[in-house]
Structures are given as C-alpha cells and as structure tokens.
Design a protein around this ligand. Structure first.
Ligand code: NAD
Ligand code: ZN
Ligand code: ZN
Length: 418
C-alpha cells in the first residue's frame, strides 16, 4: 500500500496515465498469448483467464450485449469475486446512454454487486475465499489523508485509475480477443465474476441474502448515510426528503433510525409515497410548484431542521434549500445533476443560517460501515424487501433499464445462477 503523499503525487502526474494506458496494451497481448490452448470454463487453478458471461456496453445509446469475455486472475492486492446479484442503477443507464461525458466503451457496466470471494491475489490480508462481499465504487484504503479523516469518505487511493476504467496498477483484467475491456466504476458487476481491488470490497456477514445485500452497494447506503453521516440528524427533528427512489427511501429510513420525530416525503408518485410511509415517513406530499409553501405550513412557518434532495433535479435542490429552517436548517444534496447545470440559491437563505451539504455515497466509509448497515438490516431496523421489485437473469439486463425508465418498481436486481 502506498503512502498518502505518493498517492497524491500519482494523482497529479499526467504522464502516469499515459504510461498506464500503454501497460494496458501490453497486458492485452499477454492475455491473448496465455489464451492459446485454453479451453472454455471457469477454471481458477492456473494462470489463464477464465471466460465469463458479461453485459458489455459496446456503443453509447445501444442496448448492452451479453456475451463471453475473458477475465484474468487477480494480481497483488486484487480479489476475484463470483457475483450472486447486482442492482440496476441510474448511473449504469446514464453511462450507457452516452449522457455521461466521462463515459467510455467498451466496458462491462454494473456497480451494485454482491457476491462471494473466489480467489485472492498476493498480499490480500482482509479477505479470503468464501467471504461474502458487497462491491464499493467508493473504496476505503484506510491510509490516505481522506480515509484518515472522519469528515469524508472520498478515498484518494485509486480515483484517477478508476475514473479511466483501470484497476489500480493501470491495466485491465477484462478482455475480449486480446483487446482490453475497461472496468466501469472499478466494479463491472454485470458479470458472472469480477476482479476488484481489496480496498473496494466490504466483507459482510454470510447470513445476509446477497440478492438483497446488493442494494447496499449504492443507492440504499447513499440515502441512509446522507441522514446518518452527512446530516447527522438529531433525535426529535423534522426532516423532509425530496424524491422517494432508492436513495430517498434510504434517507427516510436513515432519518427514522436517527430518531427524527417528523419525516415528510415528497414525490410525484403516490405509489412511491406509500413506500416512503413504509420506511418511516410520517407525512407524504405530492410534489408540485407549491411544495415549499406547504412544507412551511407544516412547520409553523419555519421550515425543516434537515432536508434531503434525492431527485437529481436542480429545481428540487433549490426547494430543499428554501424549505430548510432558518438558524440551522441543513439541506443535503444527494442527486446527480445534469452536465453544466447549476444550483440557484438566494444568498439571504444562507446568511440567515441555512447550510447546504453534498453527499457522495452518503459519506459512508464502505469497508467499515456497509457491514454495519447490513447488520442493522438483519436486526430488523431496515426493511429492504419492498425496495426490490424485479429479479432478472443477466440476459435481461436491458429490461432492467426499461423497468427503471418506466419507474416500474424501485430496484431491479440481476440474479446470477450459482
Ligand atoms: N450521491 C451519490 O453518491 C448517489 C448515489 C446513487 C444515486 N445518486 C443520485 O441520486 C438521485 C436519486 O437516485 P434514485 O436511484 O433514488 O432515483 P429514482 O429515479 O429512483 O428516484 C427519484 C425520485 O424523484 C421523484 N421526483 C421527480 N421529480 C420530483 C419532484 N419535482 N419533486 C419530488 N420528487 C420528484 C421521482 O418520482 C422518483 O421517485 C439520482 O440523481 C442519482 O443519480 C447519487
Ligand atoms: Zn448507483
Ligand atoms: Zn483512502
């Protein structure tokens, strides 16, 4: 593991990235060479790549293509995971559509994975074959300046490489006919197996059913963490959550776990508002232009102690700021806005004591906190089942996108045959 100073140096060194791309080419040649004489199958007892089924983004705007690709064995510090389940999230669709300016193809999408460790590379000490894990697009190295500070979960260790679709050593384990395929969000979990850095896997109890545990890999932990870590909601408070998708429903549950007295859910969909009640919302509002006024009415003209935005819409982010209470109201922004969009805030709202915070993965330090959240679920504190609406085989991953676009259910989960 490198020291924080060296990590920062690597992040700032542009040439480094070019060198890493060259290495990716080299490894592709080596993978191609090692392929000769390999028969198909999931053999892990030699140094050859295994062939796996994976959903590949070939071209932006086109459906994912489920096909056979090659996966090389884990290198030092890496882990081979057999996926059991993976949620279908907006970020996968955002990249697949081409809307994400930093997207790349070909790549294997998927980042809400849960599975079982199959093999570990040299130097991996915290995980062993048979361990159950949740994948982390937001890793935790436990050594960098951010990991050592309680104020943030934004680990610096592998950001640059991960953003470009490489594993920490700047190469890929995925390939097809000798051509490298990049790793999406450092996870690539729309696949039977994946290779990931040890620091990007949270070891959870083997008691947790993996077809539900996977939602802790992204949306649910994001919402829960926004209330627990970012806002640190105080008992007895009044909270408002805008948006009742997986993130917003997680925020509702998080406010409840923190002992909030009143939790107002706001959404366009009556079905989703009903789900919010199931997670602990005490009031439900159908969203509209008068939403801020209605929240002020509900709070004797003051606004809420804590508001959460979980829609990705900048107009709603503004509503979240304006419906926070003067003096100490905190608006937490979870949604990802479109490229180039800005949040409009009248400065008077800030002068009079309101604050705005952003929250990435709910401020959750994944290796430490995801296992704790999973335990709270198994203890009956969080109700996960109503959040999962469809279970699909990998071959139907594009249907998962269609269901999401139609807002049919909260989460579709890809389930792999063991
Ligand atoms: N910060 C992070 O780390 C992180 C992680 C995951 C997702 N996200 C982002 O969080 C956001 C929510 O994700 P999700 O999976 O819950 O999405 P989702 O689409 O399932 O839920 C969004 C909800 O907002 C509702 N909505 C739409 N317009 C509204 C309005 N005017 N007022 C109130 N509600 C309205 C929709 O009806 C829907 O129920 C997205 O922008 C997503 O990209 C952020
Ligand atoms: Zn996600
Ligand atoms: Zn770190």
């Amino acid at each position: 593991m490198r020291a924080p100073r060296e990590v920062l140096g690597a992040l700032l060194d542009g040439d480094d990235v070019v060198r890493r791309s060259d290495e990716a080419g080299e490894i592709a040649v080596r993978v191609a060479e090692s392929r000769e004489g390999t028969d198909a199958g999931h053999r892990l007892d030699d140094n050859r790549p295994v062939r796996i089924q994976a959903a590949v983004l070939e071209a932006f705007g086109a459906p994912l293509e489920v096909q056979e690709v090659e996966l090389a064995e884990p290198r030092p510090g890496e882990v081979l995971v057999r996926l059991e389940a993976c949620g279908v999230c907006h970020t996968d669709l955002y990249t697949a559509s081409g809307a994400d300016p930093s997207g790349y193809a070909p790549t294997v999408l998927g980042h809400e994975g849960a599975g079982v460790v199959e093999a570990v590379g040299d130097g991996v000490a915290s995980l062993a074959p048979g361990d159950h894990v949740v994948t982390l697009f937001s890793p935790q190295c436990r050594e960098c300046v951010h990991c050592l500070d309680e104020r943030t979960n934004l680990c610096l260790a592998i950001r640059e490489q991960q953003n470009q679709g490489y594993l920490p050593d700047g190469t890929t384990r995925l390939s097809r006919d000798g051509e490298p395929i990049r790793h999406f969000m450092g996870t690539s979990t729309f696949a039977e197996y994946t290779v990931m850095p040890e620091i990007a896997l949270a070891k959870i109890t083997a008691d947790a059913p993996l077809d539900r545990a996977c939602v802790f890999a992204c949306g649910l932990s994001t919402g829960l963490g926004a209330a627990l870590n970012t806002a640190k909601v105080r008992p007895g408070s009044t909270c408002v959550v805008f948006g009742a998708g997986l993130v917003g429903l997680g925020a509702v549950a998080g406010c409840r776990l923190q002992g909030a007295e009143r939790i107002v859910a706001v959404d366009l969909s009556p079905e989703r508002l009903e789900l919010a009640r199931g997670q602990g919302a005490t009031d439900a509002l159908v969203a509209g232009p008068g939403t801020v006024e209605r929240i002020l009415e509900l709070t004797r003209g003051f606004g809420a102690d804590y508001t959460f935005e979980a829609t990705g819409l900048v107009a709603v982010m503004r509503q979240a700021v304006e419906s926070a209470r003067m003096g100490w109201g905190l608006a937490t922004v979870c949604g990802v806005a479109g490229k180039g969009e800005t949040l409009d805030v009248v400065p008077r709202f800030l002068i009079t004591g309101r604050r705005v915070a952003g929250s990435s993965f709910g401020g959750v330090k994944g290796r430490d906190q995801v296992p704790q959240l999973v335990d709270r679920w198994l203890d009956g504190e969080i109700d996960v089942e109503p959040l999962i609406s469809h279970r699909l085989p990998l071959a139907e991953v594009n249907r998962g996108f269609e269901l999401m676009e139609a807002q049919d259910g909260v989460r579709s989960v890809i389930v792999f045959d063991s």
